[in-house]
Write a protein of this length. Sequence first.
Length: 444
Amino acid sequence: MALGFIKKVFTFGKDKPSADKPAEAEDFASLVDAAERIDAGETIEALPEAADPIAAEVIDTAGGPAADEAEPEVAPASAEPEITAATVEDEDFHPQPEQPADVTHAVLEPDEDNAVTLPKGFAATASRPEPEPEIPAVKLSWFQRLRQGLARTSSQLTGQIAALFTKRKLDEDTLEELEDLLIQADLGVETAMRVTGTLSSERYGKDVTGEDVSRIMAAEITKVLKPVARPLALDLSHKPHVILVVGVNGTGKTTTIGKLAAKLSGSGLKVMLAAGDTFRAAAIEQLKIWADRTGSTFLGTKLGADAAGLAYDAFEKARAEKSDVLIIDTAGRLQNKTELMAELEKIVRVLGKLDPDAPHTVLQTLDATTGQNAMNQVEIFRNIAGVNGLIMTKLDGTARGGILVAIAAKHKLPVYFIGVGEGVDDLEPFEAEDFAAAIAGLPH
């Protein structure tokens, strides 16, 4: 058996021994002799040394003997490094894949402690750019905001006037056309006649420019508005001084009350707000918010309760707490609803029983966008509630502010404040010169 194995090993892939290879033949004979002795049961101390019959050549198991001069084996570039017991025991050993020789690196430094390498084809930003500093918004002056509010009236009117007086002398026809323009701008018949009358006396038969007309118009509007531009007088010998705020739906009564409260409480007066608009839950809640914001005392009631009864309770409470000013909100009633106006009359009567002079001030809010309808509102509320002062609200880009000039000319009621927005600082005392200049499109 041993002899058969040796013969197979020695002759695998080779020719049999021949005379021209004596060394190999001797080795073969010695091994055969030892194998026969082993098969016969003898003990062999050591096998004779023989040349390795396989090591001399590399055998290709698929295609026979390899070439005489085989190329040395080269490990592929992606081969993993050999891991031995020594390297496994080394805790710092972490095999890393080899990088190609032509790879370039960029370093991204997101912070001072960490660095990130990027492969070829990527670039790192040097650092995160600093944010642009915020440019504070330029706060417009009161006159600039007023001009913005009256932009619709001003631009339309001044544009039409400029077109009317382009290369044209002042005559009866142009005066008549100018009068129509002023009336259409809601300035009223009286103001329109004043402007055309002054213009005729100064420039009749002469060349007239749009600037000439604007200057004269601003002067005449100022004359109409100057007598009604008054401060709101408070008789603080009455405690409380009662201010009743009236007006139709949507004219900004509740918001105006909040702004007035902010001004009064900011000057150190003790103010109470009463939610007399018992028909709208939103109005009650809104007034409560304004009271909290301005540090005023608040008095409200349930939805649908009697508004006159609330006014009575508010007056008694304000007097007991020695409040300086009591401002009462009312529901936004339409001036053509007699039953609703009768409710307003009742509030006035109840307050008069508590103090013969109350309400001491009755303010009506006017929406500047309503135009000619505002004239009718003033007339009816003045008859029902005894309105003795006006506040014009919503002087924004859609306003038709000329109607205030017509109302002032006809009713001669004081105009205390004008509002140009919803913010607490958007209510300012009425100034005749500023208002006239803004309508005429003139600089301040």
